[in-house]
Write a new protein. Structure first.
Length: 140
């Protein structure tokens, strides 16, 4: 089950059912299934506090993923800064804020699946997977 929450932001995701179908398609394509996934939309400062408290990192980011997966069941918390996603949509020339937000959500799901992005090769793989699954988004 995918649940949505907001912390320190008025943002509410539109089209949640469609988004859930898409993220289930991503999971199933990677031979996984959705367990309990919480997507928490928040402010920059809220996510910075999470980053400091739990990861001992003192910088802003667009997403932090906490992985609680067991076997093939994807479970975890995806904390997403709406502020940073908006900024990144402009900075990286995304088609729209919604497209950048979708990229960040699938990025978090890919982390739960087991993909990482620490090395250039991992980043290349992650970006290719993001692009592929973004192309499937319109099909659901």
């Amino acid at each position: 089950m995918i649940s949505y929450f907001s912390e320190e932001t008025p943002f509410v995701l539109k089209g949640r059912q469609r988004n859930n179908r898409w993220l289930r398609l991503v999971a199933e394509s990677e031979i996984r299934r959705i367990g309990d996934v919480n997507i928490i939309f928040c402010s920059d400062n809220y996510l910075l506090d999470v980053n400091r408290r739990f990861l001992c990192h003192d910088y802003f980011t667009d997403i932090i993923t906490f992985d609680y997966c067991e076997g093939d069941k994807l479970s975890g918390d995806l904390f997403i800064s709406i502020d940073t996603v908006r900024d990144n949509a402009v900075e990286y020339g995304a088609e729209s804020f919604e497209q950048e937000l979708a990229r960040v959500m699938v990025h978090g799901i890919l982390h739960l699946i087991g993909y990482d992005d620490h090395t250039p090769e991992e980043q290349k793989t992650m970006r290719a997977k993001e692009n592929y699954y973004l192309s499937l988004r319109e099909l659901v």
